[in-house]
Design a protein around this ligand. Structure first.
Ligand SMILES: NC(=O)c1ccc[n+]([C@@H]2O[C@H](COP(=O)([O-])OP(=O)(O)OC[C@H]3O[C@@H](n4cnc5c(N)ncnc54)[C@H](O)[C@@H]3O)[C@@H](O)[C@H]2O)c1
Length: 225
């Protein structure tokens, strides 16, 4: 893996500091949204933007955008705003995009299948090196551009490919055992879709994705709106 530029060190072109190891989780989430919107602007040929427009795109206030961006050392120029490309590159460097991350997927059922076909991960620097499943009928199939391998090849492949990340899309009853196994094989971060709380070493980052819980929060907001 190309190591990420260490936070707090000058960025690649020496034009500024990539600051902050202490960004809050919501701030990191917003930076990721700015990054997505900046790339959309780039695709449409727009070269500059400002905090007010960025704010409208991600539904926060312009003050929040300015605070988020200044916390990573990006200050817009009065009357000019931000250069879209350099801001996208700067946020990307802070978030670790531009770094090549290797991921594997464990469990290629309905959800795993849909995720493997999604092309949006590559753009952010994530490649799905391999996928694993226990179902013999799925072994050696290629979904998207990723081959499904049997679980008995997990150890060999992880030791060889050295992925940093794993996407866990197995049934919840299997999640703990699989998580322990992949952590033992050097996985540093797990994106867990199984509806269960994983208890793994604190050195391993775990992000839980739970759409049911998001729906519940949405319903709560409407009910209490
Ligand atoms: N987070 C969310 O929003 C969300 C949404 C839908 C589903 N889910 C969860 O995602 C998981 C997958 O859902 P699905 O609908 O794709 O289920 P699925 O049953 O279609 O797929 C599960 C796959 O995991 C494989 N598997 C089972 N045990 C395994 C093991 N020990 N090692 C490797 N592979 C194994 C199965 O062969 C199957 O292919 C479930 O835990 C489900 O509850 C989460």
């Amino acid at each position: 893996m190309i190591p990420p530029t260490p936070l707090g060190m000058p960025d690649e072109d020496g034009s500024g500091e990539i600051a902050r190891t202490d960004l809050s989780t919501p701030a990191v989430g917003r930076l990721s949204l700015y990054y997505r919107e900046l790339h959309r602007l780039l695709d449409s040929g727009q070269t500059s933007t400002n905090s007010r427009d960025l704010a409208a795109m991600v539904n926060v206030s312009a003050a929040v955008v300015r605070r988020d961006l200044s916390s990573i050392g990006s200050v817009g120029r009065r009357g000019v705003g931000y250069d879209v490309e350099s801001l996208a590159n700067h946020i990307g460097a802070v978030l670790g995009s531009g770094v090549h991350w290797k991921a594997v997927m464990i469990g290629v059922g309905y959800l795993g299948n849909a995720l493997l076909r999604y092309r949006g991960f590559e753009r952010l620097g994530f490649s799905l090196a391999a996928a694993f499943d226990t179902d013999p009928a799925k072994i050696h199939q290629v979904v998207g551009s990723t081959k499904i391998l049997p679980m008995d090849q997990l150890e060999t492949v992880l030791r060889e490919v050295k992925p940093e990340l794993a996407i866990l899309t197995v049934p919840s009853e299997q999640a703990k055992e699989v998580a322990d196994k992949i952590v033992g094989l050097g996985i540093q971060g797990i994106l867990n879709f199984a509806p269960t709380t994983l208890r793994v070493s604190s050195a391993v980052a775990v992000i839980n994705v739970d759409l049911a819980s998001e729906l519940q929060q949405l319903a709560f907001r409407i009910q209490n709106g």
